[in-house]
Ligand binder design. Structure first.
Ligand SMILES: *[C@@H]1O[C@H](CO)[C@@H](O)[C@H](O)[C@H]1NC(C)=O
Ligand SMILES: *[C@@H]1O[C@H](CO)[C@@H](O)[C@H](O)[C@H]1NC(C)=O
Ligand SMILES: [Zn+2]
Length: 429
């Protein structure tokens, strides 16, 4: 083959590949619906969960003690109806066309991107978040510090920012966007960073300057990029499996703390809550562990941002038979958060409890690991807005209200922690 014909052949290959892997390949969810399925018995629960093994047709969105939220392909509706009737489960539709919400969100993002770059009237990409972080670090060099957790499976850098106005502050760690599709979490985390550095409000100044903040806006970087480029509804990491064609692990079931105990995670690689082949199999979670282990003596509070369902979940996730030694304090602190949020004009209500107690057993999550293995006595999963009108595709108009709620909630939470003696220095730094 001459060089010339080789180049033509190469161009053809590239053209064909370009066509099939182009923008059009973003997964579409036309006429996919989302239902709340209410059940009473564990048997009903496992029948419904089993449906989700057929990932193309059924996708689990949210799981609680007595209900599942399930996304259903238009072609699988008949199967769902049969199961509902056979098992006496009640079903309530809350999203009739998932693609419509995705389109609305994309339009808002496009419009906001034309008006300027970074902001909170849209959901930003990882590149936009990192470029903005660089600007912030350059603008506030004396009180900010960049840190790197490590590299993701696909080789992306997992970045964080430390904000510290003075020495001897108690430390708060914020982990965000460990679940890829929960975009409201990184939007909220970046809004908080911005407030801490730019606001002149007295409450914010007190919060910003009297605590050291360690904030990782996007932990699951590969999954997050994948939700922007390919599949808006992706949850897990992007590391392939040795035993299945299904990709990814639920990173919030992958920490080495009571890993896989009490059915707190699935051993099926296709499940949304697959715990992985072993604890810390995911490089992102190993990196988080390595970093936090190194600074744990400065960390008084761990907050892991999630959506959705408006909940504060304390340890334990791995069992509802036992409660942590300072459970009463954890509940008092959670209540302070909830009361503060509810007192805002939005009137948003948060519930709280231990993860296993209020929901179902979930083991190997950040909040349990920080509490059990890193000695962080105040540790929560915070599930942001909403309770299932929009679910993961929360319209951008909710970003600022949700972030304001997080701000006053965290302020009240830390006040309560201080009152209860949890913000004492753990060591001389
Ligand atoms: C979605 O459902 C509507 C109404 O049944 C139908 O007209 C439309 O063709 C469907 N869209 C797709 C992409 O299947
Ligand atoms: C079906 O569910 C309803 C309410 O959820 C309950 O009252 C009824 O007893 C159930 N029927 C059967 C056959 O299990
Ligand atoms: Zn989550």
């Amino acid at each position: 083959m001459s060089l010339y014909s080789f180049l033509i052949a190469l161009a053809l290959v590239l053209f064909v590949q370009g066509a099939s892997f182009g923008k059009d390949e973003k997964l579409r969810y036309d006429n996919y619906s989302v239902y709340k399925l209410k059940f009473e018995t564990q048997e009903q629960r496992s029948i419904l969960k089993k449906l989700a093994e057929n990932r193309d047709n059924f996708r689990l969105w949210h799981e609680a003690r007595d209900e599942l939220h399930m996304m259903i392909s238009p072609g699988a509706f008949a199967e769902l109806e049969t199961e509902i009737q056979k098992n006496n489960v009640s079903a309530k539709l809350f999203i009739s066309n998932v693609q419509e919400l995705i389109d609305f969100e994309e339009d808002a993002n496009l419009k906001a991107s034309r008006d300027g770059s970074f902001g909170w009237t849209k959901y930003n990409t990882l590149d936009e978040i990192y470029a903005w972080l660089d600007e912030i670090l350059a603008s506030y060099p004396t009180v900010t510090e960049r840190f790197v957790l490590g590299q993701s499976y696909e080789g992306r850098t997992i970045r964080g920012i430390k904000i510290s106005y003075k020495s001897n502050n108690p430390g708060v760690f914020i982990e965000s966007n460990i679940h890829a599709r929960e975009w409201i979490t990184s939007a909220t985390a970046t809004w908080l960073i911005n407030e801490f550095l730019t606001s002149s409000d007295e409450l914010v100044r007190d919060l910003a300057e009297n605590h050291d903040w360690y904030i990782v806006p996007v932990l699951n970087v590969d999954g997050f990029v994948y939700t922007h480029e390919k599949d808006r509804m992706w949850r897990k990491t992007r590391q392939p499996s040795d035993i299945s064609s299904c990709v990814g692990v639920d990173p919030n079931r992958n920490y080495d703390s009571h890993w896989m105990e009490n059915d707190g995670a699935s051993s099926n690689p296709c499940a949304e809550d697959y715990g992985g082949p072993k604890p810390f199999s995911e490089p992102e979670i190993q990196a988080m562990s390595d970093y936090v282990s190194g600074v744990k003596d400065n960390i008084n509070v761990m907050l892991a941002f999630h959506s959705y369902s408006q909940l504060l979940l304390s340890p334990y996730g791995h069992t509802k038979e036992e409660f942590p030694p300072n459970y009463d304090d954890l509940m008092a602190v959670a209540q302070a958060y909830g009361d503060a949020v509810e007192s805002l004009p939005y009137g948003t209500v948060y519930r709280y409890g231990s993860a296993a107690g209020i929901l179902y057993p979930a083991s190997g999550a950040t909040n349990d690991w920080a509490y059990n293995e890193q000695g962080v006595e105040i540790s929560y999963t915070i599930e942001f807005r909403d309770t299932g009108r929009y679910g993961f595709i929360l319209p951008p108009a909710h970003i600022v209200p949700n972030a304001e709620e997080a701000l006053v909630g965290i302020a009240a939470l830390l006040d309560k922690c201080k009152e209860l003696g949890y913000l004492e220095l753990k060591s001389t730094k």
